[in-house]
Design a protein around this ligand. Structure first.
Ligand SMILES: [Zn+2]
Ligand SMILES: [Zn+2]
Length: 365
């Protein structure tokens, strides 16, 4: 079952899928129908004993799936989180952070009973003080929105520290993650007087970071601690991701934002200025186009039957091909297909690509 409430438009324009039931009431992990807690919340590791926090509220599902050894974000939300985390340059981080802040604000308001008595706000700190914390790009615009609503949260980010480097979590086993992080957080405030604290984070995976951070907060007398995250990391072992989206929800706008890595919103002028010299269809099985570039022409061919896309610009070859994404030329070709043929036809091609992404080959000619 799906309804419109499963989709939220970040800043009124970027659609993302909210996590739908059934999910764990503690951490929003997926559960079987009828269950209220996931297996890791119903039987905590010996090491964990207690979560220390009350609830996790997440904006959407985060994951990437592997093509070779390259990670492809599975949806628009994951794409935004990867812009925030990995893309160099303030401009991208600010762009992603602002959109994610709008999403978290939506979740805050949706769960106002849970969050209304929040007195303090913080984020998981970096060990190195010199490294800018990517969560700040979310928290700063998020706090502005809260302020407009009349909430005055005391920001204790500067007083939240990590006293030991725990390295990358990526290849660690579950038990190891909790072992390594235990006791590494410290709150440089004497007493939080039993008042509620909100932790904002970009991704919740197994929860080891917020677990230890919550422990540290409790040591200085924190009241109820709740977590607000952009992405609830949920594992999928095969493509397409089950229940991520019904195919009815896969609209042209959603798909073109996804495949263009948000270029179409972020840099629409660049896309619009691309000129297709020719655009031909053969028997509904192939689409061929010649695209005018600066100084040279580019070719694009889409073989719908064999699921092969071929193109030859440098941005596509170096940056987009490996993650099965479009450059501005391919994005513009789809906008033109939508204009010149039927919108449904363009949507159906994109839908087929998204749902069978594991089978589509992105090649250079
Ligand atoms: Zn859980
Ligand atoms: Zn291109």
């Amino acid at each position: 079952m799906t309804n419109l409430e499963d989709i939220y438009y970040l800043d009124g324009k970027i659609p993302i899928n909210l996590i739908r039931e059934p999910f764990c009431l503690k951490c929003m992990n997926q559960v079987e129908k009828g269950l209220t807690l996931c297996s890791s919340c119903s039987s905590l590791l010996d090491r964990v004993k207690e979560w220390y926090f009350n609830k996790v509220k997440a904006l959407g599902i985060h994951n990437a799936y592997l093509i070779g050894n390259y990670k492809v974000p599975i949806n628009i939300l994951s794409e935004l989180i990867s812009l925030l985390k990995f893309k160099k340059g303030e401009i991208f981080k600010k762009y992603a952070g602002k959109l994610l802040a709008d999403g978290l604000f939506h979740i805050f308001v949706q769960n106002i009973d849970l969050f209304k008595n929040t007195a303090y706000i913080t984020i998981p700190p970096k060990f190195s003080r010199g490294e800018k914390n990517q969560c700040l790009y979310i928290v700063n615009p998020f706090l502005k929105k809260l302020k407009k609503l009349g909430f005055k949260l005391v920001n204790i980010i500067e007083k939240t520290t990590k006293v030991k480097d725990t390295g990358k979590n990526k290849d660690k086993k579950l038990e190891e993650r909790f072992n390594d992080i235990k006791g590494t957080h410290q709150i440089e405030v004497k007493d939080l007087h039993g008042k509620n604290v909100l932790i904002v984070d970009d991704i919740f995976t197994v929860g080891s970071t917020v677990w230890d951070l919550s422990r540290a907060l409790k040591e200085v007398n924190a009241g109820e601690i709740n977590i607000l995250v952009a992405g609830r990391h949920i594992l999928f072992d095969k493509w397409p991701v089950p229940d991520l989206m019904s195919s009815k929800e896969l609209k042209f706008d959603y798909l073109i934002i996804y495949f263009s890595k948000l270029d179409i919103d972020r840099d629409y002028r660049k896309v619009r200025n691309v000129k297709l010299k020719t655009l031909r269809m053969g028997d509904h099985e192939t689409i061929v186009s010649v695209i005018a570039g600066s100084g040279q022409e580019y070719n694009l061919s889409i073989d719908l039957k064999n699921r092969i896309i071929k193109h030859d610009c440098l941005n596509y070859i170096n940056k987009r091909k490996k993650s099965k994404k479009f450059c501005k030329h391919i994005t513009k070709a789809f906008l033109d297909i939508k204009e010149e043929f039927r919108k449904q036809y363009a949507t159906n091609i994109l839908k087929s690509m998204y749902l069978h992404l594991d089978e589509w080959e992105f090649e250079s000619n």
